[in-house]
Design a protein around this ligand. Structure first.
Ligand code: IPE
Ligand code: MG
Length: 251
């Protein structure tokens, strides 16, 4: 893959980020298990460390021109894991919602969960509903946590509704998808996957049509705000043609 990010030493004196950037950054937060195993810790300790990495990244995102941040917390495919591991992830998520909602409120963060809710434990569903209701007016950052999420499932659900629609445009389909997902459906500018694997794993397949991809070797608990800042910086150097011609090209 061409898009491996070169983790080069960056100078301490970096130019300011382009202030006007309004980005949707989506992250496949992978590598918690390997991070823990390499330290002789339990996998759930890896997920706890991953939650802390998420807190750090969420805090810095608005300062990097990010208006929407979508984190892949639990894939629908992850139900294949041992029940105790899935239960630990769901418990950590519930604690996160209960502990961080007031911080989200203070910081103007609107929080939504995208994904299926019908298979989640009732107390978690309640914590989600409370967090979403309390933070609904946040306008600095739209934080979306993908939980029991499968892009194919969302697309299938949207298609099942869309066949009855009268406006058959792609925009109208995007609106139906946004409704199905509850937390909207904005095009992704930057897709990051930590942990060294280079695949999409059924994440935001519609929204990533023109995303710039960054596959990052570090495991998620080691990912820092500086790593995110470096990626945003590299993204700003890339030329996005979305099918058009590069600036230099002439016909
Ligand atoms: C990703 O880390 C976090 C979740 C799926 C919740 P993994 O648990 O997939 O970590 P590895 O890939 O086994 O290292
Ligand atoms: Mg993994």
């Amino acid at each position: 893959m061409q898009f491996q990010l070169l983790q080069k030493e960056t100078s301490r004196q970096q130019p300011a980020l382009r202030a006007a950037a309004q980005l949707h950054v989506a992250i496949i937060c992978d590598g918690n298990g390997r991070w823990a195993t390499s330290r002789f810790l339990s996998r759930s300790a890896g997920h706890r460390a991953g939650a802390q990495a998420a807190r750090n990244v969420i805090r810095c995102a608005p300062h990097l021109g990010i208006h929407t941040l979508t984190l892949f917390a639990l894939s629908s495919a992850d139900w294949k894991r041992p029940p105790a591991e899935v239960a630990a992830i769901l418990q950590i998520l519930r604690e996160y919602l209960e502990e961080e909602t007031s911080h989200c409120l203070d910081q103007g963060i609107r929080l939504n969960i995208i994904g299926r809710r019908d298979r989640l434990p009732a107390p978690l569903r309640e914590a989600i509903a409370d967090a979403e209701a309390l933070t609904a007016k946040g306008s600095k950052l739209h934080l979306r946590l993908a939980v029991d999420y499968s892009a194919r499932h969302s697309l299938f659900q949207a298609a099942s509704k869309f066949y009855k629609a009268t406006d058959l445009s792609a925009e109208a389909f995007g609106d139906v998808l946004a409704e199905v997902q509850r937390g909207g459906s904005t095009d992704v500018d930057v897709l990051i996957r930590t942990g060294g694997e280079q695949r999409l794993s059924d994440f935001l397949l519609w929204e990533c049509a023109f995303a710039e991809l960054f596959f990052f070797a570090k495991r998620w608990p080691d990912f820092t705000p500086k790593d995110l800042r470096d990626i945003v910086r590299e993204f700003e150097q890339r030329e996005r043609t979305c099918g058009g011609l590069p600036r230099e090209a002439s016909y």
